[in-house]
Design a protein around this ligand. Structure first.
Ligand code: SF4
Length: 194
């Protein structure tokens, strides 16, 4: 099945806001897919997923998501030694899933909101996504949205979307200068729900 449909991976709602509005302005109506098993803890994973669903509603786009919260698997792969860095692994897990999903569900191409962030390893993400696209026989829709990062964040603020203060994994939470504040925003039961 091929109807020129695009799948947009959303790492989170604030990062997906500009890519979504840009694609719409180009006449492209992507389906949005939340797939981020890297996010820790489960409360945060759910919170970001809810915001992506909300973004989909704002723009009238289909929003798909996986409840794949595989912290143990993510961590064990992080220690496999197969990757140069944990971020390489993190990008590959997500791009591999998105490319495979796109291929298996009749999409022609996929993109990712990770490409809006000046804090991510842009070239590496693009390279890994290209490799995954080739592997599954779909196109990778490359966009450099970085010049519009602040604009997208401002749009997300206007829409009242939650904007997190760490990338997502347990390591980035540990390293965040806002760690105490972030943990204070979790419910008392968050440790039990890891
Ligand atoms: S810092 Fe971000 S990209 Fe890197 S491993 Fe953690 S969640 Fe993934």
């Amino acid at each position: 099945m091929s109807d020129g449909k695009m799948l947009l991976h959303a790492c989170c709602a604030p990062c997906a806001e500009y890519p979504v509005s840009d694609l719409l302005s180009l006449g492209i109506r992507p389906d949005v897919l939340y797939y981020n098993p890297n996010i820790h803890p489960k409360f945060e994973f759910d919170r970001r997923r809810e915001q992506v669903v909300k973004l989909g509603e704002i723009y009238g786009l289909s929003c798909l998501y996986s409840d794949d919260f595989r912290m143990d698997d993510w961590l064990s792969r992080a220690w496999e030694g197969k990757y140069d860095s944990r971020c390489d692994m993190c990008y590959e897990i997500r791009m591999d899933y998105v490319a495979r999903y796109a291929s298996e569900h009749g999409y022609d191409s996929f993109g990712t909101s990770l490409l809006v962030s000046p804090y991510q390893q842009h070239d590496k993400i693009a390279k890994i996504a290209e490799q995954c696209a080739k592997k599954y026989g779909v196109d990778f829709a490359y966009y450099d949205w970085r010049p519009h990062f602040r604009e997208g964040q401002a749009m997300a603020r206007e829409h009242g979307l939650y904007r997190q203060k760490y990338c997502g994994c347990i390591y980035s939470l540990q390293d965040s200068e806002f760690k105490d504040k972030i943990i204070a925003s979790f419910p008392d039961s968050w440790e039990a729900s890891r």
